[in-house]
Design a protein around this ligand. Structure first.
Ligand SMILES: Cc1cc2nc3c(=O)[nH]c(=O)nc-3n(C[C@H](O)[C@H](O)[C@H](O)COP(=O)(O)OP(=O)(O)OC[C@H]3O[C@@H](n4cnc5c(N)ncnc54)[C@H](O)[C@@H]3O)c2cc1C
Length: 475
């Protein structure tokens, strides 16, 4: 336990910062967060929470559009249900912003309840044991610290050749100001963020083109999963331009032109740029305090979140370790446990479960097929399409699969991928198996509800028990 003489100053109030603040404050330390934007950070105000709230609407639209197959039609409407529904994007985005603001207020209340002081302003280090805050209301405040946590996050990467204007050429932070449904959206970038927005806008009934510089969408994800997603998106009408590099984005009145390096021009009403993130680490006084950053500007940390300066920790997107809210939060908690002298388990990225919130969703945990194929780990793999699952049939779900990876010999589950509706929820039993080093037989032996999608996870685990490799890719 700490006491109030242990002063912890946290720069940045996103999940990396606020989760750390709870740990330190509950242990008795005197904790101050310096933050520019409001508790919750980008995760709550511009990134995760807003995008997943938008996606909640797009999911509902997608389900309604497919309702005819399940025997549902709309009163006084001839034809497919999909042609009877419209989205009111103004209302959707107003809801998104309200929900984000409410969530930020919730976090602020919880921090205050724990006795955490929140200073609104921009923080920078003045040596390893002092933070100077330029206060939002004017003036500065100097905060001496026994430990400092840098959790300043990251911001959308912007190129001079495609400058956002906040109206029609937009970063992911600016899309919630749109009030009318766009005629045609070009999303540039087919990583997780680009794929999520492209999928969401498509489900909202918008004409979407996705510009992808690689052979396929989601180059960082499981190749089988990415192939399913690309197939579904194109089948549903998305124009996916593979191996296409954006050269520039310009606007003339209401027309936005996305020019590709091969000379092709794609016109649209709105362009969403998803070109990756840059860490918010400039002008923080890091070098002077002895905190090393890498060539990309990310703070160098070890697995207990220590930087190269004694007493200075870093967590979250500013470290570039794995840009997820859950990882930021874990890094922040670990940093504080380390500082307070609590038992601490170093960050283990092989236990992180993550999800791409496209339709279908793609959830992953542990070792990947790519690592297996590259010979980094020996593992047996089973891939079970969801199309054979009874619940999936009842719900009209045809796309998706469960993939499990286990060690040969021991049968310990080391990884998994779920593609399908609510894959983000379905991955949990696999994450438990990976986290607790359970065997495929143990995973298979647990009762699942009949009928249920999770039945496919147990079935995939059962197939790993078989010695016949041919049994491992059956519907
Ligand atoms: C569109 C999108 C969707 C995403 N969806 C998900 C998801 O579904 N699940 C998931 O796990 N992850 C998701 N992520 C990733 C997630 O948002 C980040 O990993 C997470 O926000 C990182 O948290 P953080 O605490 O490092 O930083 P942030 O959340 O970025 O918070 C940092 C805060 O520090 C402030 N700050 C910066 N500099 C200073 C300074 N000098 N002084 C004071 N304050 C400062 C910033 O303004 C910000 O408020 C998504 C990302 C994007 C872009």
């Amino acid at each position: 336990m700490a006491d109030r003489s242990d002063r912890v100053v946290i720069v940045g109030g996103g999940p990396g910062g606020y989760e750390a603040a709870h740990v330190a404050a509950n242990a008795g330390a005197d904790v101050t967060i310096v933050d520019t934007d409001g508790p919750g950070g980008s995760a709550v105000l511009t990134d995760c929470v807003p995008s997943k709230t938008l996606i909640a609407t797009s999911e509902l639209m997608g389900e309604l559009a497919g309702s005819a197959e399940l025997g549902v039609s709309f009163l006084d409407h001839e034809g497919d249900a999909a042609t009877a529904i419209r989205v009111d994007l103004g209302r959707v985005n107003a809801r998104v912003k309200q929900l984000a603001a409410d969530q930020s207020a919730d976090i602020e209340r919880r921090l205050e309840r724990d006795g955490v002081r929140i200073v609104r302003g921009r923080g920078r280090l003045d040596g390893p044991q002092r933070v100077v805050a330029e206060l939002a209301g004017g003036g500065t405040e100097t905060l001496d610290a026994d430990a400092v946590l840098i959790a300043t996050g990251a911001a959308p990467r912007v190129l001079d050749s495609a400058l956002p204007d906040g109206e029609r050429i937009l970063t992911w932070e600016q899309v919630y100001d749109i009030t009318d449904v766009p005629e045609k959206v070009v999303v540039v970038g087919s990583g997780v963020t680009g794929a999520e927005f492209a999928s969401a806008y498509l489900s909202l009934g918008i004409d979407v083109t996705l510009v992808s510089s690689r052979d396929r969408v989601l180059p960082g994800e499981d190749a089988d999963a990415a192939a399913v997603l690309e197939e579904v998106l194109t089948r549903r009408g998305m124009n996916v331009l593979s191996r296409s590099r954006m050269e520039s984005v310009t606007r003339d009145g209401d027309v936005v032109t996305v020019r590709l390096t091969d000379g092709t021009e794609v016109e649209c009403s709105h362009c969403v740029l998803a070109l990756g993130s840059v860490p918010n680490t400039a002008d923080l006084g890091l070098a002077e305090a002895g905190v090393l950053v890498d060539d990309g500007g990310f703070v160098r940390v070890d697995r207990v979140s220590r930087t190269t300066a004694r007493g200075v920790y870093a967590a979250g997107d500013c470290t570039g370790v794995l840009m997820l809210a859950s990882v930021a939060a874990m890094q922040g908690r670990i940093a504080m446990s380390h500082h307070l002298g609590d038992a601490v388990a170093p960050l283990d990225l092989k236990k992180v479960s993550s999800n791409v919130f496209t339709s279908p969703e793609i959830a992953t945990v542990g070792w990947t097929q790519k690592a297996v194929d590259a010979g980094e780990i020996a593992a047996e793999t089973v891939l079970l399409p969801l199309s054979g699952n009874p619940r999936a049939k009842m719900q009209g779900v045809r796309d998706g699969f469960v993939k499990l990876l286990c060690r040969p010999g021991t049968g310990i589950v080391v990884g998994g991928v779920v593609v399908g509706p609510r894959a983000s929820e379905l991955i949990h039993p696999v994450a438990v198996a990976v986290g607790e080093s359970l065997t495929a037989d143990q995973l298979a032996s647990v009762f699942t509800v009949y009928p249920s999608m999770s039945g496919s996870i147990a079935e995939a685990a059962r197939r790993l028990h078989r010695s016949d490799p041919a049994a491992r890719r059956l519907p």
